[in-house]
Design a protein around this ligand. Structure first.
Ligand SMILES: [Zn+2]
Length: 312
């Protein structure tokens, strides 16, 4: 791992955005974040290679992968709550490919980003909550197969509890996942779009709730109390960081009291901790549904500024 990367690689493709129509998921945000990231000194945005079917099959069942590819059966193809189209499969192969490339680039250079989201609710045999395939676990499996990483950790700071990641990690003792959440979907109105609200925490997947009204000092306190567990006993070769924008206080799902600058401090804390632990970090964008999309984009771009302030 290069301790002082001269540049920050990021992966983006216009094909990330499948045609999903008028949807609460602001699919246009990826292009805006990519455009903003290109203007940040040191950030180099490249197009990823799409992942292969074989890579998806390391984390997902053949029936589910085929449903998303072909559109049949339709209920399974749309289990993530996106309308199916022929472009859907291509788009999710590109987003998962971006996570693989970001993971590999982070191992090589210390830090990298995939300007993509939609992962942590995806289970082995179906999607949930706008997440088709679990790119975090797909990428971890690929990197392990390629002998680039033996152990992989996931830090999930999306507003929502990462139920799909927990279910996939539980059968992979070489992975470890931590989800700090403000919303476990039990009260996620108007969209009750996951079927599995909670998993019992297990030996290699833990979670901690953030209380309603949670402000920055409390968030940092919970974060500091749990981060050490990710590197306890065994050092991961890579950390995937799910940098959610939906903990923001103006997000329609968020009961937390966190502002745009607070989330930047959160991200700086994560990058600094990882750097102190000599742990490469690849991050993904994750949720953000605030009606004013410029605020969602600002939160995601702040993650780049936070990474840059620590690493470049
Ligand atoms: Zn979320």
């Amino acid at each position: 791992m290069n301790r002082q990367p001269r540049s920050l690689p990021a992966f983006y493709d216009p094909g990330f955005a499948a045609p999903i129509g008028d949807h609460i998921m602001p699919i246009g945000k990826f292009a805006l974040v990519a455009e903003g990231a290109r203007a940040i000194p040191g950030v180099h945005v490249a197009r990823p290679r799409p992942c292969e079917r074989e890579q998806l099959l390391r984390a997902h069942t053949p029936e589910y992968v085929e449903a998303v590819r072909s559109g049949h059966p339709r209920a399974l193809a749309e289990s993530q709550k996106f309308p199916w189209s022929p472009q859907l499969y291509e788009s999710v192969c590109l987003t998962n490919g971006a996570v693989i490339e970001a993971g590999a680039a982070a191992i090589d250079r210390g830090v990298a980003a995939a300007i993509a989201s939609g992962f942590h609710h995806a289970h082995a045999d179906h999607g949930e909550g706008f997440c088709t395939f679990n790119g975090l676990v797909v990428a971890a499996e690929h990197l392990r197969q390629a002998r680039q990483a033996q152990n992989v950790a996931i830090l999930d700071l999306d507003l929502h509890y990462g139920n799909g990641t927990a279910s996939l990690v539980s059968s992979r003792p070489w992975m470890r996942a931590l989800s700090l959440y403000g919303n476990d979907y039990a009260n996620n109105e108007p969209f009750r779009d996951v079927t599995t609200l909670r998993h019992e925490d297990g030996p290699n997947h833990r979670s901690a709730p953030l209380p309603a009204g949670c402000r920055l000092p409390e968030l940092l306190k919970v974060l500091d109390a749990h981060l050490g567990w990710l590197v306890e006993d065994r050092r991961p070769d890579l950390l995937f960081f799910q940098a959610g924008a939906d903990p923001f206080r103006e997000d329609p799902y968020s009961p937390l009291d966190l502002g745009i600058e607070d989330l930047k401090v959160r991200d700086e804390r994560v990058f600094q901790w990882a750097k102190d632990e000599r742990l490469p970090v690849a991050w993904v964008l994750a949720g953000g549904y605030t009606r004013d999309i410029s605020k969602v984009v600002a939160i995601h771009l702040n993650t780049f500024h936070a990474a840059r302030s620590v690493h470049l």
